[in-house]
Structures are given as C-alpha cells and as structure tokens.
Design a protein around this ligand. Structure first.
Ligand SMILES: [Zn+2]
Length: 80
C-alpha cells in the first residue's frame, strides 16, 4: 500500500488517488454542475478536480490541509 492508495482510481484519468475531500458545496458545484445541491458522487484525483474547478470557480490558489487528528511522529517514526 502506498501513500497514494485512496478510495479508488480517479474517474477522469484512472490514476492513483489519495483520500481527500473538498467542502460539499464546492464538490457539488464542480462535479455536479451549477446549482447542484446533492452529492453527485464519484472520485477524482486532486489535479483532475482542479482542472474541473478552474472551469467553474476559477480560484486564484488552493489550500491543502491535513485532516485531523494531526499527530506528531518522532524521529524514530513512532507516533506519540
Ligand atoms: Zn485524475
């Protein structure tokens, strides 16, 4: 298992995918189209999501954050 093994391959490019998510309102708009209120489903890798989002939302940049729980891993590799 690699760090890129997520829920499944990307539905646009077929590539590996990490486990990630966007806020529901953004995912629905980008994947389902304008005004979509319900989750349209699907799996996208981050680059493919950004390609779609740039056509719909045109953000100036993206923020990447780790999901909780954050944890410290000491230099020996043991989580604390
Ligand atoms: Zn992709």
């Amino acid at each position: 298992m690699s760090a890129l093994d997520g829920d499944g391959p990307c539905m646009d490019c077929g590539g590996d995918n990490i486990v990630w998510f966007a806020p529901n309102v953004i995912w629905n708009e980008v994947v389902g189209g304008p005004g979509t209120m319900d989750d349209p489903g699907g799996l996208l890798c981050i680059p493919c999501f950004v390609v779609r989002a740039n056509k719909v939302l045109a953000p100036s940049a993206w923020r990447l954050e780790p999901e909780w729980p954050w944890r410290y891993v000491d230099p020996e590799g043991e989580p604390e």
